[in-house]
Design a protein around this ligand. Structure first.
Ligand SMILES: [Zn+2]
Ligand SMILES: [Zn+2]
Length: 318
């Protein structure tokens, strides 16, 4: 960038982000645009993503503190504890990675201009994101769609995004929940509060897979522990009291709700397994689009186009 160029405000890109996504850890983590849960102390978590964390953490805590000691007293397999710890760690890590990583965000026009990254992005993508050099969009979606995307690119499936004011690749799409375009957009998932796209699809598949295996270990053990006829709970010391009975019924009802959630997760996982074999994204399947040029799960993760820590020079109206 020209060092003599006036810079009215020079700061990190993420500090000026106006999309619905939110940045944390000084711009190193990005999560989606779901509305925050009304519980103020849980700032940043949406209600749906809070439900996801509850469905993982509460049953896991009950399994570890109540069900596992009882199973160990009955000499059930010594592999139970290491298997649980491995699956629990993998579930939490892959959920965090899906929630907080860049799904493949394509920076909107104003951010490309502010960071001076047009040439760099053109090298990464193989085409100019901002359209023909020297030509600016007029603001009319139809006119810009025709004038800002060359005929050759249009024939290959490249489209103009009127909101981001950029040319986006064939499998990319604009997420209305997050208000930006995402490379090989699959869907916006409220339960992880993030888009699922080219750069975090594998995290999403790993998360759904290990969460199912975690549920297979944890839920039957909790149901067995709390529904047994002899379940005088030696660990809680509430045996035979009405308080103990209520506690047991509350756990069982909660567990049934988590079992229903786990069954829905299994259906989602099977659907995505089918999509992976078809080489399609969720959006392509729903809209009956046939755009696949590379596999989804085993395809390349692609370049990171949004660099929130880049310094940017903003014009006064930015
Ligand atoms: Zn867009
Ligand atoms: Zn989104």
């Amino acid at each position: 960038m020209d060092p003599m160029r006036p810079r009215p405000a020079r700061s990190r890109l993420y500090q000026h982000w106006r999309g619905k996504s939110r940045f944390y850890c000084a711009g190193r983590c990005i999560t989606g645009g779901e509305g925050e849960c009304p519980i103020a102390c849980l700032g940043g978590l949406s209600c749906a993503s809070l439900a996801t964390w509850i469905c993982i953490l509460l049953p896991s805590a009950l399994f570890f503190t109540v069900a596992l000691p009882r199973l160990q007293r009955q000499n059930v397999s010594p592999l139970l504890l290491p298997s649980f710890l491995l699956l629990f760690s993998a579930t939490v890590a892959s959920l965090l990675a899906t929630c907080c990583s860049d799904p493949g965000i394509i920076p909107p026009r104003r951010f490309v201009l502010a960071t001076g990254s047009r040439t760099h992005l053109a090298e990464l993508l193989g085409y100019d994101l901002l359209g023909p050099r020297g030509q600016e969009p007029c603001g009319d979606p139809c006119l810009d769609a025709a004038s800002m995307v060359s005929e050759q690119l249009r024939a290959e499936g490249y489209r103009w995004c009127h909101t981001c004011q950029i040319v986006r690749p064939p499998r990319a799409s604009h997420c209305k929940d997050c208000d930006h375009c995402v490379l090989r957009y699959d869907h916006h998932c409220p339960f992880v509060n993030n888009c699922v796209g080219q750069r975090n699809y594998h995290f999403f598949i790993i998360f759904t897979t290990v969460a199912i295996f975690l549920a297979i270990i944890v839920l039957p053990a909790i149901l067995w522990t709390f529904s047994g006829s002899e379940s005088e709970d030696e660990d809680s010391g509430t045996a035979g009291t009405s308080q103990g009975s209520w506690y047991r019924w509350a756990v069982l009802l909660g567990c049934v709700a988590v079992v229903v959630a786990a069954l829905m997760l299994v259906m989602l996982w099977l659907y995505h397994l089918w999509l992976v074999f078809q080489g399609k994204t969720t959006k392509e399947h729903r809209r009956r689009l046939d755009l696949q040029s590379e596999p989804t799960l085993l395809g390349t993760r692609g370049p990171r186009l949004l660099r929130p820590l880049d310094f940017a020079a903003w014009s006064k109206d930015a």
